[in-house]
Design a protein around this ligand. Structure first.
Ligand code: CTP
Ligand code: MG
Length: 396
C-alpha cells in the first residue's frame, strides 16, 4: 500500500502463530506434515492463506521444524512479506507454541495459535476469534458439538454412555490476550517438570483465566491421517468453484474537482465528489471483487474515516483489494463494468480504460456505458453510477 508521506504504517496488534513443527508420524508421508503437498500447494501454504484472509493485518509467526526453516521462510515471505517471522519449533507442540510466543512483535495484543495441519480453516474463523478475544478479554476457542454417541469403556467392555449434551470438540485457531497467554506459558514451564497440556486453552485455564467457545467450522478439521488428507483434497476439488460478485458506486459531480475515473485522469471533464478521489468505477470494481470473495465491502475494508485513504486514487484501492482476494485464496476470472452517466463519454478512451483496468486487476476488465434517457439522478446530470460484476475462482 502507498503510505501518505509522513505517516508510519500501522503495526499489527494481532499475531497468528502457525505451529508447523510436527513430524506428521500418523500421516506417514515423507517429511514433516506441514510441507506435504495438497492440491498444488503445501499444507502450510493453505493454512497461511486462511490466516491472511482475516480482516485485520496480522504478524504471522511460522513455527517450523529446524530442518525446514529455509523453506518456511521462503513460503512466508512470498505469501506475507510484511510481517512474517519464522522460528524453529520444539519436540512437543507446547514447546513449539512457546517458541512462537517468544517471537511476537512488541505491539501485539492478541495472539491466535493455529495448527498448520488445519489447512482448510476459513478466514472467517480467524475474524470470529479475534473479535471475541477483544470483546471478552479472555481466551476464545472454536468448538463443534459432538455428534457421535460417546461411550466410556474399560478395555473392550462398555461401562456407560456419556451424556454428550455438554461436550464439544475443539479446534484452532485459539485466541488469547497476549500478556495472559505469555504468563500462562511461563507458569506451565516454571516447575521442575514442565506440565504438558493438551491444548493452549487448557494451559490458559490452568493459569486461572476464562475461556469461552464460539462456533467452529467443519472445514477447520485437522489433517492427521492419510484419510484426512484425501478428504481435504476432495473438498478442495469440490470447492474449486467459481463465484460472482456485484458492486455499485455512486458519486455526485463536483465541478471544483478533477475527474478520476477507472484509475485514469480525464482532463476538461467535471470531477466527482468523494472522500477519496471519487473514482466510482474503481470503487464499484473493488466491491464486486470483495463480494465475490466473501470479503465484505469497500467501506468495511478501507473505512471512509481512515485518513490513509483520503484523496487516494482508485488504483490504490484496487491493488489492496486484489491482495485481499488473492490472500483469501481466489484468483480473478474477469470483471465487467458499466458506467451509467451523462458524461464523460467513454468514446475513444474506452480501450485505454479497459487496458489500464486490466493491468490493475490482473484479469480482463471490460467497460461499457449507458445513459438513462434523462431519467433519475444520472439522467438529470447530478452524478454517475457505476455497476460492476466480478468472477473469481477459488484456488484453495
Ligand atoms: N506441532 C508442532 N510441534 C510439535 C508437534 C506438533 O508445531 N513438536 C504442530 C504440528 O505441526 C501441527 C499441530 O502442532 O500443525 C497439531 O499437531 P499434530 O496434528 O499432532 O501434528 P504432528 O505432531 O505433526 O502429527 P503426528 O502427531 O501424527 O506426528
Ligand atoms: Mg502430534
Amino acid at each position: 500500500m502507498t503510505e501518505p508521506e509522513g505517516r508510519l504504517p500501522e503495526r499489527p496488534t494481532v499475531a497468528v502463530i502457525i505451529v508447523a513443527a510436527g513430524s506428521g508420524a500418523r500421516l506417514g508421508e515423507n517429511g514433516p506434515k506441514a510441507f506435504v503437498p495438497l492440491r498444488g500447494k503445501t499444507i502450510l501454504e493453505h493454512s497461511i492463506e486462511g490466516a491472511l484472509g482475516a480482516i485485520e493485518e496480522a504478524q504471522v509467526v511460522i513455527v517450523a521444524p529446524a530442518s525446514h526453516l529455509a523453506q518456511a521462510t521462503s513460503i512466508g515471505q512470498r505469501l506475507a512479506p510484511q510481517y512474517v517471522t519464522v522460528v524453529a519449533g520444539g519436540d512437543t507442540r507446547q514447546k513449539s507454541v512457546a517458541a512462537g510466543l517468544a517471537a511476537l512483535e512488541p505491539g501485539i495484543l492478541t495472539v491466535l495459535v493455529h495448527d498448520a495441519a488445519r489447512a482448510l480453516t476459513p478466514f472467517e474463523l480467524f475474524d470470529r476469534i479475534t473479535r471475541e478475544v477483544t470483546r471478552t478479554g479472555g481466551g476464545v476457542i472454536p468448538a463443534l458439538p459432538v455428534s457421535d454417541t460417546i461411550k466410556r469403556v474399560d478395555a473392550a467392555t462398555v461401562v456407560e454412555t456419556v451424556d454428550r449434551s455438554d461436550l464439544v470438540h475443539v479446534q484452532t485457531p485459539q485466541g488469547f490476550p497476549r500478556q495472559h497467554l505469555v504468563e500462562a506459558y511461563a507458569a506451565a514451564t516454571s516447575g521442575a517438570v514442565p506440565v504438558e497440556y493438551t491444548d493452549d486453552a487448557a494451559l490458559f485455564s490452568a493459569a486461572g483465566h476464562t475461556v469461552t467457545v464460539v462456533d467452529g467450522e467443519a472445514r477447520a478439521f485437522k489433517i492427521t491421517t492419510p484419510w484426512d488428507l484425501r478428504r481435504a483434497e476432495k473438498l478442495l476439488t469440490l470447492g474449486a468453484s467459481t463465484r460472482t460478485g456485484f458492486g455499485v458506486d455512486v458519486h455526485a459531480y463536483d465541478a471544483a474537482e478533477p475527474l478520476w475515473l477507472g484509475g485514469l485522469y480525464w482532463p476538461d471533464e467535471v470531477g466527482l465528489a468523494g472522500h477519496s478521489d471519487g473514482d466510482a468505477m474503481c470503487h464499484a470494481i473493488c466491491d464486486a471483487l470483495l463480494s465475490a470473495a466473501g470479503l465484505g465491502d469497500l467501506g468495511g475494508r478501507f473505512g471512509t474515516d481512515d485518513p490513509r485513504f483520503e484523496g487516494a486514487h482508485g488504483d490504490v484501492f484496487i491493488a489492496e483489494t486484489i491482495a485481499l482476494v488473492n490472500g483469501a485464496g481466489y484468483a480473478v476470472g474477469n470483471v465487467s463494468v458499466q458506467l451509467v452517466a451523462k458524461h464523460p463519454r467513454l468514446g475513444e478512451r474506452r480501450m485505454e480504460l479497459e487496458s489500464h483496468l486490466t493491468s490493475l486487476v490482473g484479469a480482463p476488465v471490460t467497460v461499457s456505458a449507458t445513459t438513462t434517457d434523462g431519467l433519475g439522478f444520472t439522467g438529470r446530470g447530478e452524478g454517475v453510477a457505476v455497476m460492476a460484476t466480478a468472477l473469481v475462482h477459488a484456488d484453495r
